[in-house]
Design a protein around this ligand. Structure first.
Ligand SMILES: [Zn+2]
Length: 294
């Protein structure tokens, strides 16, 4: 503790990612309700006797006591988890269910990508992420619909929502037939760029329904429409994440925290793929060899 005035504080959070640290510790990436995204060291959790370990698995909703500076002003990137209680450990329910596990992985990775700077509170993204994981666990709606609804609303929070009810270029209202990711969504015949897609009208309707949470319409859609929707949503997300990534090194702070999300090559965003083919959980293997909180 020498020299550091580390505060204890509480928050609840979604566990986005877990990485090994040394022999027995883990680094937990958390999306907290009040303190934004942050990373914290959990000591000893890889020992079989640890009572923390099972509570700090990916996708859980947990209540935490953290040690560190909540504003991040001490120059120390990593906080320490000093207590944790499980509120809803959704990850358990995704084990053995590959589609739901991959959807949860895509949600967690997208949440991390949408919060490039640590400790910037985003209550709406927290609520959206928690709600999506809960909906996945409940299983009331199809997995792909829950994921696409999350991605569409997450993009809306980031200011990247695809235009659906008016031309993305000229703003002419209406349900336009062509869709262009670079143009920003649905486009009218006058503005349609070469290479624009021509999805089924029902696909645009599904994207609109998912954006506003009209599950009555969404649940009634057919497989082909859902698949086309997933493809457009994934393409739209990937386009904007790649553009955002290019500017990330400029805004990200140095240290361990910037190495994982922002430093990935832009081409790697191809892993943000349609539901079902979502992100491989390979990032847990990234090794973090340096601790900066002591
Ligand atoms: Zn137009």
């Amino acid at each position: 503790m020498a020299g550091y005035r580390r505060q204890l504080y509480r928050d609840d959070a979604v566990v986005l990612r877990v990485q090994k640290l040394g022999e027995s510790d883990r680094i937990i990436t958390l999306l907290t309700r009040r303190h934004g995204r942050l990373r914290a060291v959990a000591r000893g959790v890889r020992r079989t006797t640890s009572k923390f370990g099972a509570r700090l698995e990916p996708f859980g909703h947990v209540d935490l006591q953290l040690a560190g500076d909540p504003k991040g002003e001490l120059g120390s990137s990593l906080h320490t988890v000093s207590q944790v209680e499980g509120i809803d450990l959704y990850g358990k329910r995704f084990l053995g269910d590959y589609p739901r596990y991959t959807a949860a992985s895509a949600i967690a990775e997208t949440a991390e990508r949408l919060t490039p700077v640590e400790r910037e509170p985003s209550l709406r993204l927290f609520q959206l992420t928690l709600g999506a994981l809960r909906a996945l666990a409940d299983g009331e709606h199809a997995t792909t619909l829950v994921l696409d609804a999350y991605l569409l609303r997450g993009m809306a929070l980031a200011g990247w929502a695809p235009a659906l009810t008016a031309c993305a270029v000229c703003g002419t209202p209406g349900r336009h037939r062509a869709f262009s990711v670079p143009a920003g969504g649905a486009v009218c015949p006058d503005c349609r760029p070469p290479g624009a897609a021509h999805p089924a009208p029902a696909t645009i309707d599904l994207m609109s329904a998912l954006t506003v949470g009209d599950w009555r319409i969404a649940d009634a859609t057919e497989h082909g429409v859902r698949r086309e929707c997933s493809g457009l949503v994934a393409a739209h997300l990937q386009w904007h994440l790649e553009r955002a990534l290019r500017s990330l090194p400029l805004v990200d702070r140095g240290g361990v925290s910037s190495a994982s999300g922002a430093g990935r090559p832009a081409g790697d965003t191809g892993t943000v793929a349609p539901a079902g083919a979502a992100l491989p959980p390979d990032r847990a293997s990234q090794d973090v060899s340096r601790e900066s909180n002591e």
